[in-house]
Structure formats: structure tokens, C-alpha cells
Ligand binder design. Structure first.
Ligand SMILES: Cc1cc2nc3c(=O)[nH]c(=O)nc-3n(C[C@H](O)[C@H](O)[C@H](O)COP(=O)(O)OP(=O)(O)OC[C@H]3O[C@@H](n4cnc5c(N)ncnc54)[C@H](O)[C@@H]3O)c2cc1C
Length: 375
């Protein structure tokens, strides 16, 4: 079955696809957004919304809602052998409204979907991209609906925001080069009574790795660690009770060979993945959405070179962010005794050097590169 042509078909209704749909719809572009999942995601990988995201979502009203619903992280503390060895204060140093706001990803997605709905666009769920083809004037996507029906969906442009295993990226036959860390990282959302400052993120350096601790809401904390038993370590910092969510995940650092081909572009995890250290994945995807909306609107108005601008601008940003987060991850990971010595000695010292401190703060705020919509 063939369907009428829209301006932009967005594949994937995670934070990247929702933000792209919203920003395009607000410009009067006819968008359609589909997602293979029949229900919205209820689990939240991302918790931290950074300053760059608040900047790009400001015009939509969603930034204000995130700030009202979430809470502002005051800073980050680094602990070694149960002692705080470095404290970084976030907003004051960056001179921005909020460097980092804690709001579970499922709520950020819900706020984006509500704002999109207010523009008259509803996410079409249970619609999975199987294949795509493009010619000089349009893209044809083969979608499979939940009832088994197949549709040939036509659009002038397509934005693939369909996550790390992106069918869009596969259809474009783009490499996703990079590497994976060998061990799984463990995650808990768990109740904790602790003297740790609840308004700060905490990183605990351990001989066998690291543990990251951030309060989610109330007395529930997010714990991520790559040691054998992070909860055993955490009991030195407080008493634990009631696991709300437990999971594990594998870390890869990969960038798609290109961020777009012809009338098809990639954004979010479809184009780049890296460790959650620095809290960049969702935020970088929302920034992709912002730049794509600007370039796509110009392309739809006749300036097709703007699609190439998107691909060139974003590929450079993806490569540099993934490279930086990969290097920080290897250091924090401290897998070899030599790296551990560097980590335990250099990071606390670097935190007292103003340029290194500024770079750390800009990295977590998403402000380590300018927001460019033109080359
Ligand atoms: C433990 C953990 C903590 C994290 N913390 C943070 C953080 O604090 N801050 C941050 O910025 N990032 C964080 N991240 C990363 C963040 O969660 C991801 O980068 C983010 O979800 C990517 O959003 P996305 O929209 O690009 O892709 P996704 O969220 O993966 O969404 C892709 C969507 O596409 C749909 N889809 C997939 N295939 C198809 C198909 N063929 N057809 C149709 N639909 C399809 C899926 O159903 C899904 O809804 C964290 C990640 C992890 C693992």
C-alpha cells in the first residue's frame, strides 16, 4: 500500500526523533513520526539533561517544563578511598541557567511528545522501518505495521533516529566503526540512606573501576558501576533498600561513517554511541535534531546543499565528542595499574587547574563545541 507523501518521515520516537519532529512541526513542515515499539519507553537510561539541550529546546517551551519538573545538579564530587578528593561546582562556573538538570528520560520523552501533540502530530506506534530507497525527488520507506500490513511511505526527506541498531543506517550501508568494552556495566535504581550530598553527582574511584551515583528522586539513587560488586562498595556510603530497576549494558564507542546520504540523514544513537560518562548521548541526539530541523527546512525550501551541511557539520561533532568521551571513559575505567595511577593522581590535580576544570564542566554541559547550523 502506498501512502501520500509528507515532507519529512522520522523513524524512531526516542528523544532524538521526538525533538526533530517537534522542531520541524513548529516550522510548519509536514512531518510524520513512526516507532516500531507499540508503547512509549517506561525505563530511563538517561537522567541528565544538559545546558545545550535547554538552549535548543528553549523556543519550544519544553526546556522550561524540564527545569520545573527536574532538579538542578549543583556539582560533581570525586571520591577516592572514601574521601572526597575533588569538588566541581556546575552552574556558577559555566555562567549558564542550569548546567545539568536531572529528569528521567521517559519524562523528557513524554514532555516532547506532549508538545508535539499540541502541534497536531501524534507518534505512529507499531510501525517498523524494514527498508528504504531514494531517488532524486523522494524517499520510499517500507514500513511494517503491528497488524502485519506493509506500507510504502513516501517523503521528501527521511531522518533516521532509530537508535544504536538503526535500520536506517543499515539500509544506507554505512559502517559503524569503533570498539566495545569487554565487560558489562551494571545499573541499579535503588533506595539509599546516605550522607552523600543529594544535590551532587558522585564518582567513586575504586581499584577495579568506578561507581557513579546520582540521586534520581526522593531517596532513590541511580548507581552505575563496572566493578564486580558495586553495591558492596556502596554499603560503605550508606544503607541500601528496595531496588526499583536493575539492568546491565555494554559500552561501545562508534560513529557512523556519514551522518547523511542524499535525502536521508541520521541522528542520535543511530549515528553515534559512547559511554554514559559525561551524560551526552541523548543530549547530543537532541542537538542533532535541532541542526537537522534547520538544514531540512532550508532543503525543503529548495536549498538541497543544506542536507550536505547537516552531514558534514554533525559528523565532525560526532567524531570529536565520541573521541573525547572514549578517552575519558578509558581513564576513569583505569583498567591497567598505569592508567589507574594516572587516573587517581591526575584527575584530582587537573580539577584544580582552571583550563582543565573548564573543559570538564563544558563537556558535561554539552558546551565543548559551538552550536553551528552553517559550516
Ligand atoms: C545507563 C545509561 C545512562 C545514560 N545516561 C544518559 C544521560 O544521563 N544523558 C544523556 O544524554 N544520555 C544518556 N544515555 C544515552 C541515552 O540514553 C541515549 O543516547 C538516547 O536514548 C538516544 O536517543 P535516540 O532517540 O537517539 O535513540 P533511542 O532512545 O534508542 O530511540 C530509538 C527509537 O527508535 C525506535 N526504533 C528502533 N528501530 C526502529 C525501526 N526499525 N523502525 C521504527 N522504529 C525503530 C525504538 O523503538 C526507539 O523508540 C545513557 C545511556 C545509558 C545506557
Amino acid at each position: 500500500m502506498a501512502s501520500p507523501q509528507v515532507d519529512v518521515l522520522i523513524v524512531g520516537a526516542g528523544p532524538t526523533g521526538l525533538a526533530a519532529a517537534l522542531l520541524l512541526a513548529r516550522r510548519g513542515v509536514a512531518v510524520r513520526i513512526v516507532d516500531g515499539a507499540t508503547e512509549p519507553n517506561v525505563y530511563s537510561k538517561a537522567l541528565a539533561v544538559n545546558s545545550r539541550t535547554l538552549e535548543v529546546l528553549q523556543e519550544t517551551g519544553v526546556a522550561d517544563r524540564i527545569v520545573v519538573e527536574g532538579w538542578a545538579v549543583k556539582g560533581a564530587s570525586l571520591h577516592e578511598r572514601d574521601r572526597e578528593v575533588l569538588a566541581l561546582d556546575l552552574p556558577a562556573a559555566l555562567g549558564v541557567r542550569q548546567a545539568m538538570t536531572v529528569l528521567p528520560q521517559a519524562r523528557t520523552e513524554a514532555l516532547l511528545a506532549d508538545a508535539l501533540q499540541a502541534q497536531g502530530v501524534t507518534v505512529e506506534r507499531g510501525a517498523t522501518l524494514l527498508a528504504l530507497a531514494q531517488d532524486e525527488s523522494r524517499v520510499t520507506a517500507t514500513l511494517r505495521h503491528a497488524d502485519g500490513r506493509q506500507e510504502q511511505a513516501q517523503s521528501r526527506l527521511l531522518f533516521g533516529a532509530d537508535g544504536a541498531r538503526s535500520a536506517t543506517r543499515h539500509a544506507l550501508r554505512l559502517d559503524f566503526a569503533g570498539s566495545n568494552l569487554p565487560e558489562p556495566w551494571l545499573l541499579w535504581d535503588i533506595g539509599m540512606q546516605t550522607p552523600l550530598d543529594p544535590w551532587r553527582a558522585h564518582v567513586l574511584f575504586e581499584p577495579a573501576g568506578f561507581i557513579f551515583v546520582l540521586r534520581l528522586a526522593g531517596a532513590t539513587w541511580r548507581v552505575i558501576g563496572n566493578t564486580a560488586d558495586p553495591l558492596a562498595t556502596l554499603r560503605r556510603y550508606g544503607t541500601l533498600d528496595g531496588v526499583a530497576w536493575q539492568s546491565q549494558f555494554h559500552i561501545g564507542h562508534r560513529v557512523a561513517a556519514r551522518a547523511g546520504v542524499g535525502r536521508v540523514a541520521l541522528g542520535g544513537d543511530a549515528a553515534h554511541i559512547h559511554s554514559p560518562i559525561g551524560a551526552r548521548g541523548m543530549n547530543l541526539g537532541i542537538e542533532d535534531a535541532y541542526v537537522f530541523a534547520d538544514c531540512a527546512a532550508d532543503a525543503l525550501a529548495g536549498d538541497m546543499a543544506r542536507l550536505r551541511d547537516y552531514a558534514v557539520l554533525r559528523h565532525a561533532v560526532h567524531r570529536s565528542v565520541v573521541r573525547r568521551i572514549g578517552a575519558i571513559t578509558r581513564l576513569v575505567h583505569g583498567r591497567t595499574p598505569w592508567l589507574r595511577r594516572v587516573r587517581d593522581g591526575v584527575i584530582p590535580l587537573a580539577g584544580h587547574l582552571s583550563f582543565a576544570r573548564e573543559l570538564m564542566l563544558r563537556t558535561v554541559g554539552g558546551l565543548d563545541h559551538p552550536l553551528k547550523v552553517h559550516p
